[in-house]
Write a protein that binds this ligand. Structure first.
Ligand code: ADP
Ligand code: TRP
Length: 331
């Protein structure tokens, strides 16, 4: 049985990219593997949320995890900051993480570009905290979307470096994993390559969105002026709509519109209407469960207490072994 770890930062509501890139795999993997799924609230401090926003977003992710079918009896569901052992391992890993390799990380370089006014040390060491999340449970597999591949590569580097430094085969090498074989990337409705909550509200469809909101967002999705010749290659925006249709609609529907595109007969309005109905059908059961769970505080508290306890047992074991390996021993 493999050990599986993955986490999501509580920075807003979960969208279809999070679902197809990560959570769908969580739901499948909890059936067979020993799974730890957590809400990465330490990580989200890099953006300086208010206490109210932080707490509200942790609750949103917890509710949306449960609404997506994560089962607290099967998987360990917990909040990262309930397991302070993670922060201790992070400190130890930082001693063997080099500035050069951290600075070369794509997500860090991206932050320098997009938010030069807030390049804090937490952003630089984001990959060591993430590595600590993963190896604290000695994980083998990490279900994540394609954008996280480099972070996993760095996790393997830190795990191997620890093993080499102390001459011990202690941490396994974790791999980025998707139940669908290839790592998934869901595009945005705004023509961007990746659906994301951070960039543009209208680019993402959230699991909590109402039917009305979904219809509006899809109908507003970016398109182009239409194909001028047979079998014309698709622009990014159109490719995105087809990718979404590929994931959410039937094969017949996809083939139908693809044929219309290739023969220059497509009307994007019709395609979007069909896509919006398929998205509504998919999202509706989630948004209904989300509403229900939000009012069930007692249940949420119970889930989190149970998860924290199970996660800490596993984390404490690793930390006490790591302390021993490093040479923090009792007299
Ligand atoms: P966001 O980009 O909206 O801030 P996160 O970075 O919090 O989302 O992502 C949480 C999880 O969802 C990660 O495993 C990530 O790989 C996955 N994910 C996010 N967006 C997408 C997407 N558009 N396609 C596939 N997976 C995604
Ligand atoms: N970096 C991940 C993201 O942005 C979130 C994350 C933090 C994570 N720690 C993790 C994912 C450990 C998998 C395992 O989506």
């Amino acid at each position: 049985m493999s050990i599986v770890v993955s986490g999501i930062r509580p920075t807003g509501n979960l969208h279809l990219g999070n679902y197809f890139g990560a959570i769908k795999s969580f739901v499948r993997m909890q059936q067979e593997d020993q799974c730890f799924f957590f809400i990465a609230d330490y990580h989200s401090l890099t953006t300086h949320p208010t206490p109210g926003d932080l707490h509200g977003n942790v609750k949103n992710v917890l509710v949306e995890f449960l609404a997506s079918g994560l089962d607290p009896e099967k998987a360990t569901l917990y909040i990262q900051s309930d397991v302070p052992e993670v922060a201790e391992l992070y400190l130890m890993l930082n001693m063997n993480a080099y500035i050069g390799e951290l600075e070369r990380c794509t997500s860090f370089k991206e932050k320098i570009r997009t938010q030069p006014q807030n390049i804090n040390a937490g952003l630089l060491t984001y990959p060591t905290l993430m590595a600590s999340d993963i190896i604290i449970h000695k994980a083998h597999k990490v279900p994540v979307g394609k954008d996280q591949e480099q972070h996993l590569e760095m996790t393997r580097t830190f795990a191997n470096r620890f093993n080499r430094l102390y001459n011990i085969d202690y941490f396994p090498e974790p791999v980025a994993y998707s139940f669908e074989q290839n790592l998934v990337k869901i595009p945005g409705l705004d023509g961007s390559l990746k659906m994301s909550k951070s960039d543009n509200e209208n680019s993402a469809i959230f699991l909590a969105d109402t039917a009305e909101v979904i219809r509006k967002k899809v109908m507003r999705a970016v398109t182009d002026t239409g194909p001028a010749e047979i079998n014309q290659p698709k622009t990014q925006a159109i490719e995105n709509l087809f990718s979404l249709m590929n994931v959410l609609s039937s094969t017949e529907t996809y083939d139908h519109f693809n044929e219309l595109y290739n023969t220059c007969q497509i009307r994007y309005g019709d395609m979007k209407k069909q896509l919006s109905e398929d998205v509504v059908r998919f999202v509706e059961p989630f948004s209904e469960k989300i509403k229900e769970l939000h009012s069930n505080g007692d249940y949420l508290r119970k889930v989190i207490e149970m998860g924290a306890e199970k996660a800490r047992i596993s984390a404490r074991k690793t930390i006490s072994e790591v302390r021993e390996i490093i040479g923090f021993k009792s007299f």
